[in-house]
Ligand binder design. Sequence first.
Ligand SMILES: [Zn+2]
Length: 114
Amino acid sequence: MPIPYDRLKTALLMERAALTEQLQQLSAVVKEEGVGYSTHPADDGTLAFDQARDLAVRVNAEQTLRFVEDALVRFDTGTYGLCVDCGTEIDAARLEAIPYAALCLKCQSKREHR
Ligand SMILES: [Zn+2]
């Protein structure tokens, strides 16, 4: 199965737009909550929980955004779809599932088990 580059690039661009928007919304929320922080002391527990959850979501989104940006750079340099570790072509089915995958399955599991 050949790698559907056009479709994957579109998917990456859409993913990048969605993540950028999500991150903008998250920082807007934190700003609003920050204003009310001292005026509602009874809500501090919930607020801290919400902020921790927002932070986790944000860290996750930022990391994914970085992977997506890296993948788009590989499109420009003509190395998209090649494993950044060993240079072999990444399985098309894997790229369909994770368009920003930078490693082939073999190198990915090697890293995870290190
Ligand atoms: Zn590899």
